[in-house]
Design a protein. Sequence first.
Length: 214
Amino acid sequence: MKRLLIIPILLLFSLTLLVAQDDAKARAILDKTSEKYKQTTCKIEFNLTLEDTKSEKKDMIKGDVVIKDKKFKLTVPKVQTYFDGKTQYVYMPKNNEVSISTPSLQELQDSNPALILTSYTKHSTIRFSLDNKSNLPYHVIDVFPDYKSKKGYYKVIIKIDKKTNNLLSMHVLSQNGVHTLFEVTNFEKDLKYDDSFFVFDLKSNPKVIQNDLR
């Protein structure tokens, strides 16, 4: 799951001016949701849709991620990503190949949904969307990046369930016209996973090609 998240600076600046003041209640809701994913071992099943607004092409993949504290295992078609809190293993079964690395915080934020939410909201202006209505079962919150941060997106639309504070979806509107929609299809919490689940077992796969990038 690579960064798919640049619209001219002038437009980005104008959007920031329109929402110059944070909405404390909206930010508090996102903070509560973000913390929720850090406090339990959980599994998130999702659909990820990439839409190229220029070619009008859409691609959708299904996947799931298991999160335990700073550890996670992300599974999407053709790729399995393991992170044990320090080392990341990206395994491609079709190629019988695994790449081993020590990822940066930015790289982790692009892979782990719990960190993705934090990375979008940390240096941003947050407000309830104009589409947010009291009769809806979810909150609709808009996130605008600080124009000085040179992010690759100009707006993120986040939906949060009002009763459970679960993340329902994140729609990232990118400057290059390729928008990303992350939709949660199922969420399970308070699960039990041994730490070994988040490590690619090299001993059990002695014939796998290893690319050690550390």
